[in-house]
Design a binder for this molecule. Structure first.
Ligand SMILES: Cc1cc2nc3c(=O)[nH]c(=O)nc-3n(C[C@H](O)[C@H](O)[C@H](O)COP(=O)(O)O)c2cc1C
Length: 385
């Protein structure tokens, strides 16, 4: 299939699957253990249905959404995803540019291959930065300093990775540091010559751009990745770390990976500017509540004024409408733009953003909603069951 013929984001998933070795595709596509959480995230969205209102003038529909003092053209942005150059060299930059073109935020992962300095420069005003707290707190402090220096205004601290998860697909495929070479790995590389040529021409395993300064000088990509793997996850991370980060980070602070209402309240008390309701796309804990199901209780706990964003399981524009109806101020997408960029670079990511926007726009028209900011459980008579 050519990317211009794609009608759904799932078409991009199929294209990505066809164009990458299984080990790499599975790293994006997979979840933890039995992948119950991965499936449950998608199912939880599909269980929600609208009760539409008709005879409402829906000729003009607004998607612009304000968040932390900025106005974005859509009600969604791109979640942080690490190791993206493995899917396509330069993917971090492609995603950032696609986001800036669509005027939506792009969250650069702390485990990105391209450094925060480079990516922030490529899409000024649209790049947020995500960190995992490192065991060596000096590294976290330095990352924050570098993000500020790069002009980043919004920091996302991910807290739902206290321990390394067991992602069965990755283990079976030999996806690790270093990747296990087997007959099947070689065969997969030969069967996907485009991916393999790009990988080899870009020097093989991509470096973790943000982590280079914390590895010995001249360290290889593998050695840098090992430093990262020793420093994160940090199982000793606690509320005190969030308080320390809050003290040193002068910009907007979001805490990502919150599912319990009490944790959300605690984060707001510590001075977070927003809560990112997420279960990491079903990649961490398999028996976990879908974030869309956790959202209403969190909204109730933090009140109407607090900013809540959500990800995990969004595959259709309708899912973004559901998220807004159930109390999210903004939604984020993880895998779908990765499939776009993996399948065909920046154009693929751009088309995925467009497809979701078109779908959301049609849902709004169909349910009698002229402004995405008015979606709510009762507003305009919209409701999800
Ligand atoms: C390949 C991949 C890498 C990821 N890397 C990170 C990361 O570095 N930091 C982070 O906070 N979340 C990471 N995530 C989780 C995403 O930010 C997001 O929470 C998740 O993908 C949302 O679910 P969805 O893929 O169903 O949209 C990653 C997800 C994927 C698929």
């Amino acid at each position: 299939m050519r990317w211009r013929d794609a009608l759904t984001v799932d078409d991009f998933r199929q294209m990505a699957r066809a164009r990458m070795p299984k080990m790499v595709f599975d790293y994006i596509d997979g979840g933890v253990e039995d992948e119950f959480a991965l499936a449950a995230n998608i199912e939880a969205f599909r269980r929600k249905a609208f009760v539409p209102r008709y005879l409402v003038n829906v000729e003009h529909r607004n998607h612009r959404t304000s968040l932390f003092g900025r106005t974005y053209d859509r009600s969604f942005g791109i979640s942080p995803t690490g190791f993206a150059s493995l899917f396509r060299p330069g993917a971090d930059l492609m995603l950032a540019r696609a986001a800036a073109k669509a005027r939506i935020p792009f969250v650069l992962s702390g485990a990105s291959n391209i450094s925060v300095e480079t990516v922030a420069k490529a899409a000024p005003g649209y790049v947020w930065f995500q960190v995992y707290g490192a065991r060596d707190r000096k590294i976290t402090r330095d990352l924050l300093k570098r993000a500020t220096g790069a002009g980043v205004e919004t920091l996302v601290v991910t807290v739902d990775v206290p321990v390394t998860p067991k992602r069965t697909r990755n283990i079976r495929n030999g996806f690790g540091l270093p990747p296990r070479m087997s007959l099947s790995t070689v065969l997969q590389a030969l069967l996907h010559p485009g991916w393999t040529a790009r990988y080899l021409l870009n020097g093989g395993l991509p470096k973790l751009g943000n982590w280079q300064p914390y590895a010995p000088q001249g360290a290889s990509a593998l050695e840098i990745a090992r430093v990262f793997a020793c420093e994160t996850p940090n199982p000793t991370q606690s509320l005190e770390d969030i308080a320390t980060i809050r003290e040193s980070w002068k910009g907007t602070l979001l805490v990502k990976g919150i599912l319990h209402p009490d944790d959300a309240v605690e984060m707001m008390k510590l001075g977070a500017d927003g809560i990112w309701v997420s279960n990491h796309g079903g990649r961490q804990l398999d028996r976990i509540v879908p974030s869309i199901d956790a959202l209403p209780a969190i909204r109730q706990a933090v009140g109407g004024e607090a900013t809540l964003v959500i990800d995990s399981g969004i595959r259709r524009g309708a899912d973004i409408a559901v998220a807004r109806c159930l109390g999210a101020d903004f939604a984020f997408i993880g895998r779908v733009t990765l499939f776009g960029v993996a399948a065909c670079g920046e154009a693929g990511a751009t088309r995925v953003i467009e497809l979701l926007t078109e779908e959301l726009d049609l849902v709004m028209g169909q349910i009698g909603c002229c402004d995405v900011n008015r979606l709510g459980p009762v507003d305009l008579g919209l409701s999800v069951q």
